[in-house]
Design a binder for this molecule. Structure first.
Ligand code: PLP
Length: 381
């Protein structure tokens, strides 16, 4: 006789208001459960073409080289660097948090001569300081920075930074993992050359995919490389054989087995975004942020970041003196099913990061979070 000795996993219900992943909409979860088909099935290829055009919308670009890396946001970051950086290239990495630090590490692994401009945590990248750094390094060919630094909750002025980089003949690599769908990202208008995002943040999809897009200038650089790209898996010139290059003679061939069901989920998340529109999504993130901010300030919590450069989708506040970080977050999780983020890197134990990403940016989540914090925090601090 056959006995079912092992049980299926049933995750607990959580309200995800941390730094990602965000909650997903029910239709995105249902999309995952649709039947798996072959990754070269004509129906699947048709769906990928739709994903591509929806991603062009999400990024506000007409770039032909647009698709999703079959791996999380960090792989999108790595893809941009391994494709655009050759050993010996001078790369300027602007660092104002953990993810900028990760860019530096990847650029070094690509064999670049890395120049860093480090900004104080909690401050945006300063266009003037980038300009000064570029003036000192006229041989630089790439500038990289994080648009929305999730480790601190800071938004930098990507448009100004890209304009300065372009004037200095540098290509730009921009991390838009937390910004896309939560704050305006306009790839073509701002002239960004390589940009990546993550499926699990404001796009409200399952984790594990990293949409990327490359400008025609970035594609020219990739095609013109002196040395072969060191990574086989992330080589965009090979990946485009699968995602399609938009040409008439666009035959798709096997590169790797696409995460078929995850791409159904991304398709659905992007359909929801298009129906909502980017403008409404940005507005929704902002409106919920304003209500949350007022409530947090009423509770006596202070923001880590100045209002001019605060991310609506990631609210970082100081942990009040005498309050136990881990204890509070554990209580929120067990008593309220609510996840908020702790500090990352140098800010661990100093700040909380309260996310309002994608589906999580809604009034009932804001109310739950404020109620739970009011209950859990000591009344006087
Ligand atoms: C989350 C995040 C990443 C990394 O994404 P993963 O999916 O965790 O690999 C990179 N950059 C920023 C700004 C992020 O917020």
């Amino acid at each position: 006789m056959y006995h079912n000795q092992f049980s299926s996993f049933m995750p607990p219900q959580r309200v995800l208001m941390g730094a990602g992943p965000a909650n997903i909409y029910p239709s995105v979860a249902l999309a995952m459960a649709k039947p798996t088909i072959g990754h070269l099935d004509p129906s699947f290829i048709e769906m990928m073409d739709q994903v591509k055009s929806h991603l062009q919308y999400a990024f506000q670009t007409e770039n032909k080289m647009t698709g999703a890396i079959s791996a999380p946001g960090s792989a999108g970051m790595e893809a941009c660097f391994v494709n655009l950086v050759e050993p010996g290239d001078t790369v300027i990495v602007c660092i104002n948090g953990v993810f900028g630090g990760r860019m530096k590490e990847i650029a070094e692994r690509c064999g670049a001569k890395v120049v860093t401009y480090e900004e104080q945590l909690g401050k945006p990248i300063d266009p003037e300081k980038l300009e000064q750094t570029l003036a000192l390094h006229p041989d630089a060919s790439v500038v990289a920075f994080v648009h929305a630094e999730t480790s601190t909750g800071v938004l930098s002025d990507a448009q100004a930074l890209c304009e300065i980089s372009r004037k200095n003949n540098c290509l730009t690599i921009v991390d838009a993992v937390t910004s896309v769908a939560g704050s305006p990202v306009r790839v073509d208008e701002w002239g960004i050359d390589a940009v990546y995002t993550g499926s699990q943040k404001c796009l409200s999809c399952v984790p594990g995919l990293s949409p990327v897009t490359f400008s025609p200038k970035a594609v020219a650089k990739i095609m013109d490389r002196k040395q072969q790209i060191r990574s086989w898996f992330l080589d965009q010139s090979l990946l485009m054989g699968y995602w399609g290059d938009g040409s008439n003679n666009d035959k798709r061939s096997y590169h790797h087995t696409a995460p078929v069901n995850s791409l159904y989920a991304l398709h659905e998340a992007l359909v929801l975004l298009r129906n909502e529109t980017l403008e409404t999504s940005w507005l929704r993130h902002n409106q919920n942020h304003e209500v949350l901010r007022d409530g947090l300030e009423t509770l006596g919590l202070r923001y880590f970041v100045d209002p001019e450069c605060r991310l609506p989708q990631l609210n970082s506040v100081y942990i009040p003196d005498g309050v136990d970080d881990v204890e509070v977050r554990a209580k929120l999780l067990t008593d309220y099913g609510l996840e908020i983020g702790g500090g990352l890197g140098a800010l661990a134990g100093k700040i909380w990061r309260i996310g309002l990403m994608g589906a999580a940016a809604n009034p009932s989540n804001v109310a739950l979070c404020l109620k739970a914090l009011a209950d859990v925090l000591p009344t006087k601090h």
